[in-house]
Design a protein around this ligand. Structure first.
Ligand code: XMP
Length: 315
């Protein structure tokens, strides 16, 4: 990126030239889409409608955290409650790419409806370079379909505007600083949400287990960071694994669920290193997850794989 202030000025001019009327902005509460939304509102004023979708695939406390962050960023926004719609399209789907496609399509249909209600077809997204590079394009293999790229159906009438599409994460952070968008309190969180962290079928019950285990991982990692035991990781979360695993309860064998814990260091998400956690932190996480989700989770694993060869997310 050239100088952030020059990028800022040119991006605003470009948006004004490109968009004569209204536009909807997909605002996920992450840094990329918030920076895109702030640029859009600077360029278009109230003609840029920032919409935050409650997909039902959010983490515990997510909607509240996002509201606080938008307020601190000076963003005007609206909440779209859509959990039943997302659960419905995921019914019976276990293939990771198919899940991503369906979520992407559900987002697009929702934004089409919202755009059309406002008399426009312009959708502004905070897509950044790694999103489309990893989604594949002319000469590239598809590593993964990012929901904000791969899920756009061919018949969509939406016109996509992506002011950050050539930037990498560290450059978005510089631009955020230039725009006085504070660092969000949260770690990066994928657009398809907990759906890519519930391996296998996504149901309300399985989402609740993943959400509960994830809340434990977040609180224990944050506690270890505050105590100075570990540096703040890039991302730290729980994944609910498919299938059942044997456990014991009293004298009986029970078949419970397995959760994998992922804690990684990274600079730009293109590569990542699995953090070596102190054994007492790992033990506490396992103890709390199996106690707080007793009768559901019987086994907790730690993912020690770097990216590459793995990706950060499970699916
Ligand atoms: P992976 O799993 O590909 O993830 O190593 C790299 C970074 O991107 C996040 N991620 C996504 N972000 N839409 C997003 O906005 C997506 O579909 C998506 N998939 C992964 C992931 O959390 C990590 O920070």
């Amino acid at each position: 990126m050239k100088d952030p202030s020059e990028f800022h000025r040119e991006a605003v001019e470009h948006l004004r030239r490109e968009i004569p009327g209204e536009a909807v902005v997909a605002a996920s509460g992450g840094i990329d889409s918030t920076v895109a939304a702030v640029l859009a509102q600077e360029a278009l004023g109230p003609r840029a409608h920032a919409l935050f979708v409650d997909t039902g695939l959010l983490r515990a406390g997510e909607a509240e955290r996002v509201a606080t962050f938008f307020k601190a960023s000076g963003l005007g926004w609206e909440l779209l409650p859509a959990a039943p719609r997302f659960l419905k399209v995921l019914e019976g789907v276990t293939d990771p790419e198919e899940k991503r496609r369906r979520i992407g399509t559900a987002f697009i249909r929702l934004f089409e409806e919202e755009a059309s209600r406002r008399g426009t077809n312009v959708l502004i997204q905070g897509t950044i370079a790694p999103d489309w590079i990893e989604s594949g394009g002319a000469l590239r293999d598809t590593i993964k379909t990012h929901h904000n790229v791969g899920g756009i159906p061919a018949d969509s009438k939406l016109r996509l505007v992506e002011p950050l599409r050539d930037l990498y994460k560290d450059e978005v952070r510089l631009l955020a600083n230039e725009l006085r968008v504070p660092e969000p309190e949260r770690q990066p969180f994928p657009g398809p949400g907990l759906a890519v962290r519930v391996a296998g079928e996504v149901t309300e019950e399985r989402l609740a287990v993943c959400r509960g285990a994830n809340a434990v991982v977040e609180s224990e990692i944050e506690r270890a960071v505050s105590a100075g035991a570990i540096p703040r990781p890039w991302q730290y979360f729980a994944v609910l694994l498919p299938g059942r695993t044997v456990g014991v309860k009293g004298d009986n064998r029970v078949h419970g669920l397995a959760v994998s814990v992922r804690v990684v260091e990274s600079v730009d998400a293109m590569s990542a290193t699995a953090l070596s956690l102190p054994p007492e932190v790992l033990r506490r996480i396992a103890e709390r997850i199996t106690r707080e989700l007793a009768g559901q989770v019987t086994r907790v694993l730690y993912d020690v794989t770097d990216k590459p060869p793995a990706t950060i997310e499970w699916e």
